[in-house]
Design a protein around this ligand. Structure first.
Ligand code: ADP
Ligand code: MG
Length: 487
């Protein structure tokens, strides 16, 4: 009998904090600068240099800990992690080992719920601060090292093994990206390496609690490849267990071109990092005042924004899409300020469908229609001033720079006709022109109502209020007056 297995995944995520200078030196930090142009004596590990902790990096790290419900420890400590490699001039990396600054938080991933319907919660073991290493660059047969990012501040976010599928793991990473971007503490770009992740994967028989032997997939550089690498690893382990083999602990790389994993290190050559407290750095003391000051500056978090919008009637998927990027979320709140919260559901549709459709992937900053303008348009549609059909034309004109939606509606005569007078006249005209259909309708062919509404709307060039047309048509038919006039 084949045992069904369940996959268990825990992620170690590195996120580069966007500070002006590095974690332990005043050396400027700049992503995308020419190689080795953002270095100093400390970065090179020259004798006589000493680390001085960057306060702004700690600020950002505290913000992340608060946003994930972690306990921020009043005292934490830096340690040296030794290894011998060209990307590390000092021969050791300064990190936090036994005493991280934050522990025991959680992140909820949108779109995933437990069997009981509760939000899927990924517990965080810890978050710690550390400096980044340099980056090995391979060009043809030559290799070099770029030390620009050596010494850059990183937070490492270590989850509990609370993820069960590759999609969940990718969604968790996306949520972390959304969160750190909302906090304004990182660009969190996987392609550029400011957001990186190692995925630990194991299997266990369904229904058991003990964790299986895990393998760790190193540094995958996109959400898509992360999901694929985890899927490949789940397949590999399932095959092995299916053949009665045992899993041995190892570190894997992912070759996305061939969708294949390769072994980088096995258990035997696991590194001994010789951790020790860094004698050059005093313990890090974070007092209540510091934590309170950071807490006070926290923006509204993505999860809170989603909840608030859902409370206004916005669909869950729409709320998640709107909260994913801070610019878009701010834009939507701007639309709501003009449109009013009661129109949130409709406003979400306009932003996600019409506006993003027109932007076609361009950043929201490139949008020529301001949130106030879109809000005005939503009001015009909702109160019946323009029909949904005309509103799309109004948006196109507004996009082209013809002014505000209200001004365009007036200038172009696009106001929806909601007066009974002109509509009754159109109803009478159209009924008189189609006596046969009218007779059939009166005899019970009610599907002809649609035909008449269509004819009347056409004659109004789309500007009649369709609801009112249907109402006046029904009245006219019931009264029978129009038929007699036309006879
Ligand atoms: P290490 O110190 O070797 O990196 P940790 O115990 O800190 O190991 O765990 C690192 C990551 O691996 C965490 O995200 C954790 O959730 C995950 N992890 C640990 N054991 C397993 C397992 N058996 N299966 C899947 N993930 C695991
Ligand atoms: Mg680890």
């Amino acid at each position: 009998m084949r045992v069904p297995y369940e996959s268990v995944i825990g992620l170690e995520v590195h996120c580069q904090l966007e500070t002006r200078s590095k974690l332990f030196s005043p050396c400027p930090l700049e992503i995308g600068a020419a190689p080795n142009t953002r270095t100093d004596a400390y970065t090179w590990g020259l004798p006589g240099t000493l680390p001085v902790l960057n306060r702004a990096a700690v600020d950002a790290a505290i913000a992340l800990a608060l946003a994930t419900g972690c306990t921020v420890h009043r005292r934490s400590r830096f340690a040296r992690k030794h290894y011998f490699y060209p990307d590390l001039p000092k021969g050791y990396q300064i990190t936090q080992a036994d005493e991280p600054y934050a522990t025991a938080g959680h992140v909820e991933i949108p779109g995933f719920t437990t069997a009981e319907g509760d939000p899927w919660r990924v517990r965080l073991q810890r978050i710690h601060l550390e400096e980044d290493a340099g980056k090995n660059v391979h060009a043809g047969r030559r290799s070099g090292v770029d030390y620009n990012r050596a010494g850059a501040p990183l937070v490492e976010i270590v989850s509990e093994p609370d993820l069960r599928t590759a999609e969940q793991a990718a969604a968790y990473m996306r949520e972390l990206r959304t969160l750190v971007r909302a906090l304004g503490i990182s660009q969190a770009n996987m392609e550029e390496g400011t957001l990186r992740c190692d995925a630990n994967v194991s299997l266990r028989p369904v229904g058991t609690e003990t964790l299986g032997v895990r393998c760790e997939i190193k540094n995958v550089n996109s959400f898509r490849f992360l999901a694929r690498a985890i899927e490949a690893e789940i397949r590999r382990q399932t095959d092995m267990l299916g053949h009665g083999e045992t899993i041995t602990r190892c570190t894997l790389g992912y070759d996305h071109e061939h969708d294949r994993l390769f072994v980088m290190r096995s258990k035997e050559d696991a590194a001994d990092y010789r951790y020790m407290p860094d004698p050059d750095l005093p313990p890090l003391h974070i007092d209540d005042a510091w934590v309170d000051a950071v807490r006070e500056r926290l923006p509204e978090l993505p999860a809170a924004r989603r909840d608030r919008w859902r409370g206004l009637g916005v669909a869950a998927d729409d709320a998640a899409a709107l909260a994913a990027e801070r610019d878009l979320a701010d834009y939507f709140d701007g639309v709501l300020r003009t449109a009013g919260e009661s129109r949130a559901r409709r406003a979400a549709g306009w932003v996600l469908t019409e506006l993003l459709g027109r932007l076609a992937g361009a950043p929201i900053a490139a949008c020529p229609v301001t949130p106030a303008m879109l809000g005005e348009l939503v009001v015009l549609v909702e109160d019946g001033t323009v029909s949904g059909r005309s509103a799309k034309d109004v948006l196109a004109l507004c996009w082209a720079g013809e002014g505000s939606p209200a001004a365009i509606v007036e200038a172009r005569g696009l106001r929806q006709v909601s007066d009974t007078g002109p509509i009754d006249a159109l109803v009478a005209e159209v009924l008189a022109e189609h006596p046969r259909q009218l007779e059939a309708l009166r005899a019970g062919k009610t599907n002809l109502e649609g035909f008449f509404v269509g004819q009347i709307m056409k004659r109004s060039r789309g500007q009649a209020n369709p609801k009112l047309v249907a109402e006046r048509l029904a009245l006219a038919i019931a009264a029978g007056t129009v038929g007699e006039e036309g006879a």
